[in-house]
Design a protein around this ligand. Sequence first.
Ligand code: KIV
Length: 283
Amino acid sequence: MAAKMTVPRIREHKVSVGDDPLVMLTAYDAPSARMVDSSGADIILVGDSVAMVVLGYEDTLQVTIDDIAYHTAAVSRTNPSAFVVADMPWMSYHVSKEETVMNAAKLIRAGADAVKLEGGRRRLPMIEALIDAEIPVMGHLGLTPQSVNVMGGFKVQAKSTKAALDLVSAAKSLVHAGCFSLVLEGVPSPVAAMVTEAVDVATIGIGAGPYCDGQVLVLHDVLGIEQRVLPKFVRRYADFHGEGVQALAKFADDVRTGKFPGDEESYQLNEDVVDEMKLYGTM
Ligand code: KIV
């Protein structure tokens, strides 16, 4: 079993000093957590993407802190070697510092090793309150899906010089406030490279190109569990949906043609019981 990943090991992880890029994947339940951990991933993210890829919502705004705690508990019951990060959902860290800390505590008590939250400088007071409460925080900048309505859709961010420089400066502020790592989502590669160079903690990219200290993708996209249209930055490594449908159609066919269940899937009586029952005329 691999040694458990830790906050200091993730914080210090930089490709520029010769480290291999970190691997982060989402998982939302015990079987998916076991699969991700067995693959050797460094970090499991219990993402609020659960809203879209598991619960059937159009965006991530519908999930609550209790939903994420429920899924985090299922993941952490598997005791993964990978480090478990739980997403703070929309409205769980926007109202007050007290509420933010109590909500994050729910995720830590559910088994998370750290929490992740979206946004730039406006989140600094909440990040500082979490760090004060000894809760490790992963930041998330660029395309922040919880801001979908403000951004007018899921759009690549930081495309102008000003927006790119703002992003670099926000990244520095988040790290100064205590974030041990930053997710960079949906930003041009050169901007992610600038951030990765500017901060001394690990950056983990999704749709942010190769110049990050790690990469994250959503499990359902990597495995092809759904046939939805995928963003440009996803690479699909399997067709679980296609193979699953084929297997289920074969099962349906076997049931309808009497091929399932066979003897090997059925329980039998001992011979003496069969003989006895014959006496009673029941067989
Ligand atoms: O919720 C999620 O899956 C995420 C990743 C896309 C980084 O936040």
